[in-house]
Design a protein around this ligand. Sequence first.
Ligand SMILES: NC(=O)c1ccc[n+]([C@@H]2O[C@H](COP(=O)([O-])OP(=O)(O)OC[C@H]3O[C@@H](n4cnc5c(N)ncnc54)[C@H](O)[C@@H]3O)[C@@H](O)[C@H]2O)c1
Length: 382
Amino acid sequence: MSTFTAFETAGPLRLVQVGAGGMGQAWLDTIAANPDVQLVGLVDLNTDAAQAALESRGLQDVVVGTSVSEVAAATGAHAVVNVTVPVAHHPVNVEAMFAGLPVLCEKPAAPTVAQALSLAASAEVSGQLLMISQSRRYFNSLTQLKAVAGELGDIGVITTEFFKAPHFGGFREEMDHVLLLDMAIHPFDAVRHLTGQEPVSVYCEELNPSWSWFKADAAATAIFEFAGGLRYVYSGSWCADGKETSWNGSWRVNGARGTALWDGDNAPTAEGVEGAALEIPASLDAPEQIAGSLAEFVSAVRTGNLPNGEIHSNVHSLAMVEAAVQSAETGQRVRIDDVIAAAYTQALESERNADVKAALAAWGSPQARLSGSGARSRALSS
Ligand SMILES: NC(=O)c1ccc[n+]([C@@H]2O[C@H](COP(=O)([O-])OP(=O)(O)OC[C@H]3O[C@@H](n4cnc5c(N)ncnc54)[C@H](O)[C@@H]3O)[C@@H](O)[C@H]2O)c1
């Protein structure tokens, strides 16, 4: 059985952040605003950009470098926040975990499910926590929606409509499957969070509207089947001027006892059978978005409680994206188990660390390993 080690620190958790790009800047501000953590190191291939990001915020006494393990050793760091580009997630996470540090990593865990499985086995072998920051789980109004959805009885259909018209420039406008790969993991992950159910299969079609300013695939519609039988229908476009939805999209949850609606920004509304009132619980005042995932990471490191986004569980969210892409490419319904089984074979073939390869081989069935039994924690006092 895999374990990760919990530890308490006398003062704030000392963090090294890796990646000082667009999202890295938001993380610098979020870390600075949280008294439970202290930024002690900033790593980027571009050290000038890292220095500039620190100076523009007046952040001092932060060691800058290009190697996460070297900066962590020089600063006595306790943990790492990885905000690099997706292709760098696997090497940076592995280097940090084998240097003895728990990691909070931006989504997606890795560009492929195979690499994410390697990360899960690396977490087991190193004994470290790897948590993927799925920041869109942390909305107080989503917590309200989850609570009212729990009052609806059996859930039949959940829909998300996501219609925005952003002009990002850069890599997003040049890549294939852009909506599925860069954005859809958020609602796909959120529906797992909302229902506590795991996906079984998906049929998906992609479209690049005639007026698209993206090279490819700026719109997609996917129908997922979940283990409890419910269907989740996602329809989205990044070329949708006019009457845009929120960044979370517009949600409808229909169950045996009624329907809940969520506009993605505000408290949900709900109505029961024959117009019966359904109570919406009061909103919490918990930290939202990346501030929420940072707070949960700190708590997990200190208590040993398994957090949302722990790598073994998070593989299912990434598998939803990979399965949707495969379905769009082949025109076939794709089973999530088949995606994970193929990724497992690929991970075993390509793993270069002998201990991680042995850990992967010992799994036998990847699905059993990923379904809740993959990671356990133990507390250590230090
Ligand atoms: N949660 C959200 O809502 C959200 C929003 C935007 C981006 N993201 C995620 O954040 C991550 C970063 O995105 P971004 O927009 O900041 O990208 P970016 O390209 O602006 O910045 C990435 C930074 O990482 C650095 N880097 C790349 N490889 C590195 C390596 N091996 N070691 C050290 N530094 C390295 C680059 O030099 C760059 O400064 C991505 O995973 C992205 O999906 C999440």
